[in-house]
Design a protein around this ligand. Structure first.
Ligand SMILES: CC(C)(COP(=O)(O)OP(=O)(O)OC[C@H]1O[C@@H](n2cnc3c(N)ncnc32)[C@H](O)[C@@H]1OP(=O)(O)O)[C@@H](O)C(=O)NCCC(=O)NCCS
Length: 167
């Protein structure tokens, strides 16, 4: 990545659904049934409870993430950085962007599933503070395991400090 260029982080446009879906198929869903089709990504972009975030560099798609916001918990459904742009902090910046949105919305926990065989992604999430909660066998197409990981945004200790009776 050119060191003089700075990525932009913003909500995806509907017109970007095909590019996001194609990148998911190639870089996330390889070897699996294609679930994040252009139609599904488009639906997520239009869903008010979902954020489809893109990182764009000089107009090119550098990364994307899809997060569904519940009342107390958010689910990170997809996150990827395209190969030429990796190891430059874009994945971390997208996570931070989404985490900030969660805190603003009062969400306490972010959960995600990642292919257990995807060591790089598990290390990436661990480095970002996500804890391994367990494994779900056959989560992907009935034959590939998922590792469940989560990050607490409001640890109990921090909440305790803000309760009047603890002051
Ligand atoms: C995992 C992924 C999102 C990381 O994105 P990225 O922008 O390259 O990550 P960052 O530059 O923010 O990396 C932050 C830290 O995560 C860890 N990390 C990132 N990629 C790693 C790798 N391939 N191997 C081991 N650790 C890695 C490192 O600790 C890294 O810090 P460092 O570069 O100072 O060593 C990217 O490699 C990717 O898109 N992979 C394919 C899709 C995927 O697996 N998505 C996740 C599951 S949906």
């Amino acid at each position: 990545m050119n060191s003089t260029s700075t990525p932009v982080y913003r909500a995806a446009h509907v017109s970007e659904a095909p590019a996001i879906a194609a990148a998911s198929r190639l870089h996330v869903e390889y070897g699996l049934r294609w679930r994040w089709t252009p139609t599904r990504v488009r639906q997520e972009i239009l869903d008010p409870d979902t954020m489809v975030l893109v990182s764009s560099l000089r107009g090119d798609l550098a990364g994307f993430a899809i997060m569904h916001f519940g009342d107390e918990r958010a689910h990170l459904q997809l996150l990827a950085v395209l190969p030429p742009y990796r190891r430059a902090g874009i994945g971390t910046a997208m996570l931070a962007w989404l985490e900030k949105s969660c805190v603003t919305a009062g969400i306490q926990q972010i959960r995600l599933e990642v292919r257990s065989a995807n060591r790089a992604a598990r290390e990436f999430y661990a480095r970002a503070g996500y804890k391994y909660l367990g494994q779900i066998g056959g989560y992907y197409d009935g034959h590939e395991a998922a590792s469940v990981m989560a990050r607490e945004l409001y640890p109990a200790a921090a909440l305790d400090r803000h309760r009047p009776d603890k002051r």
